[in-house]
Every structure is written in C-alpha cells, then in structure tokens.
Write a protein that binds this ligand. Structure first.
Ligand code: FVH
Length: 294
C-alpha cells in the first residue's frame, strides 16, 4: 500500500499536465506544480496544489518529478538547468517524443544520476483518472514498480521493457494506425457528402464495418511475423483494380483520392517488383525499404 501523503511535483500545467495533477489531488496527494507561463495552474492551486516559482523549487518539494511538456526540446529546456536539483531523483516523462528522443533523455538522465521512466499517454485530458485511459511505460522496471500505485491513479499502466524508447514507439505506431484509419473515414465521408448524403448515416455504417475489419488484424500479424505472404485469398493483383475503382469513383464525385492513392502506389510498387500474387501485407516490405533509404 502506497502512502498517498508522499509528495509529487508536476512540471508543465498545459491541458494534460493539469489533468494529471488534478487526478493526484483527487487522490489526496500533496502536489507541487510549476509552469513556464504563470497562471495556467490557478485551478490546481485553488484545489490545494502548491505553486512553485522555479523548477528547482518544485523539485525540492520531494517525490517523483512528473514532466508533461510540449515536446523533446521543451523537456531539455526545463530539465537541463535543473540537472543539479534532479540528481538522485526520479523523473517520469509523459511528454510525447520519438523513441530516439526518449532514449536520448534516458541517457542524459543516467549521466546525471537521475532515474528516468518514459511514459506515453493513450488518452485525452478528460479521460485521465477514468476508465479507458492507458499509459504505456518503458525504462527501468524498478522505477515503474516503485511508483505503480501513483501511475495507476491516471490510467491503466503497462510496462514495456528497459528500452526507454519502447513506450514512444508503441504510442506513435498506434497513432499512425489511428490517423490513417480516420483519414480513410473522412475520405469516405467526403465522397458521400459530395452526393448530398447524410454523413451521420455513413458514420453509423462505417463504425461496425471498420470494427469488423479489425478482426483481420490477428491473421495479418501472423502473416507478417511469418514473412510468408504467398497464397492469399485476395492477392495484390486482385486488390489493385479494386483500389483503382475506388479512386475513379472518388474523382467522379469531385473528391481527391489522395488517401487511396497512397495505398495504390505501395501496391503497385510490390506488383512491379514481382510480388503481385502475394497478400496486402507485402506492402510493409516497401515501407521498410523507405526506412532504409531514409
Ligand atoms: N492533450 C492531449 O490530448 C494529448 C494526449 C496524448 C499525449 N499528449 C502529450 O502531452 C504533452 C502535453 O500536451 P498538452 O495537451 O498538455 O499540451 P499544451 O496544453 O499545449 O501544454 C504544453 C505545455 O508545455 C509547455 N511548454 C511548451 N514549450 C515550452 C518550453 N519551451 N519551455 C517550457 N515549457 C514549455 C507549456 O507551457 P506554457 O506554454 O503554458 O508556458 C505547457 O505547459 C504533449 O507532449 C502531448 O503530445 C497530450
């Protein structure tokens, strides 16, 4: 059982920092907050948080230091000058960064005797402290375990290994999938809207259809892991004309088929390379080639 009287410092009281600090206040914990622009923590102060005028003052309040700032650069802008005060302390960084940036922050911290745990928030601010929120963590297991009770106040916490970049990688991979799916939904919505159809009705049909399609993720993953794309039910040669038809229909409606064109190009690349009989998952090879070239 964790002592909820133990202090916590929160650096950054933007929308997410306020939600994180607020959940800790709800839990009865002593919370000290700092923000670059004073005034953004007024609501938290009214609820009992202590305001710090400087980062070292916030850190001096004791306990783990929670960082939730805009990006990697802003984390360095705030932590670098406070490295001395942070020595021997624990930093839980919930700022969105790339995996390489998270690893860089972990190395920077280790060189300064700071314990560093990286976190990736899979939730919006109003979801914090409620059902459905998830936060992914990576870094030293001992740090995750030591603060588990506190971390669980915000969301369902899951641990993804020593590599500090792992949580960011999973976060951004999930967001890549989400944004692409949303783009597809919006493309379809633009097509039906172009004919004066009801978008709400389209959304009602799209939700169960797309949910059913997610049922194929498991078998696609198994094919990707095996590396054997041969003998599919629907080959790339079959998929290519289907995509061409969607693009033509989109143009007929006066809607740019750019989202589908991206997939058409990836499919065409694999067909041209002699893999037309393989399954759709084969396009991952093209994406990997892109990475090697970069
Ligand atoms: N809000 C969300 O839905 C998402 C959900 C998933 C995870 N993200 C990440 O959380 C980080 C913070 O996001 P946020 O929503 O709190 O963002 P803002 O409300 O814009 O607050 C940004 C805070 O960062 C401070 N800040 C920015 N630049 C600097 C800097 N150079 N030096 C010091 N502080 C800086 C800013 O301070 P101020 O503008 O009020 O002075 C805010 O405290 C983010 O990584 C999301 O990707 C949220």
């Amino acid at each position: 059982m964790t002592d909820t009287r133990l202090p916590v410092a929160v650096l950054g009281t933007g929308a997410m920092g306020r939600a994180l600090a607020g959940a800790l206040l709800d839990d009865g914990r002593p919370v000290t907050v700092w923000n670059r622009t004073p005034g953004r923590a007024a609501g938290l102060l009214a609820r009992g948080a202590t305001g710090a005028a400087t980062v070292p003052e916030a850190v001096a309040a004791g306990g783990p230091v929670i960082v939730c700032l805009l990006d990697h650069a802003s984390v360095h802008a705030i932590l670098d000058p406070a490295a001395g005060a942070l020595r021997g302390r624990t930093v839980v960084n919930l700022t969105t960064t790339t995996p390489a940036e998270a690893r860089e922050l972990a190395s920077w911290s280790a060189e300064r005797s700071i314990r560093y745990l990286d976190g990736a928030i899979m939730a919006t601010p109003p979801m914090i402290g409620g059902p459905g929120a998830q936060i992914l963590y990576s870094g030293p297991r001992a740090v995750f375990d030591a603060h588990r009770d506190l971390l669980d106040r915000w969301a369902a916490s899951s641990y993804h290994g020593d590599d500090a970049g792992r949580a960011s990688l999973l976060d951004l991979a999930l967001l890549a999938a989400m944004y692409t799916m949303l783009t597809g939904f919006l493309h379809g919505a633009a097509m039906v809207r172009s004919a004066g159809l009801d978008t709400a009705g389209f959304a009602e049909r799209a939700a169960p259809f797309l949910a059913a399609m997610t049922g194929t993720f498991g078998s696609s993953a198994a094919v990707l892991d095996s590396g054997d794309h041969s003998g599919p039910e629907q080959s790339l040669e079959w998929t290519a004309p289907a995509l061409d038809t969607i693009a033509r229909a989109s143009r007929e409606q006066g809607v740019d088929p750019a989202p589908v064109d991206l997939l058409r190009a990836l499919v065409r690349q694999q067909i041209d390379a002699g893999h037309g009989a393989d399954d759709l998952g084969r396009i991952v090879e093209g994406l990997r080639a892109e990475r090697s070239a970069a």
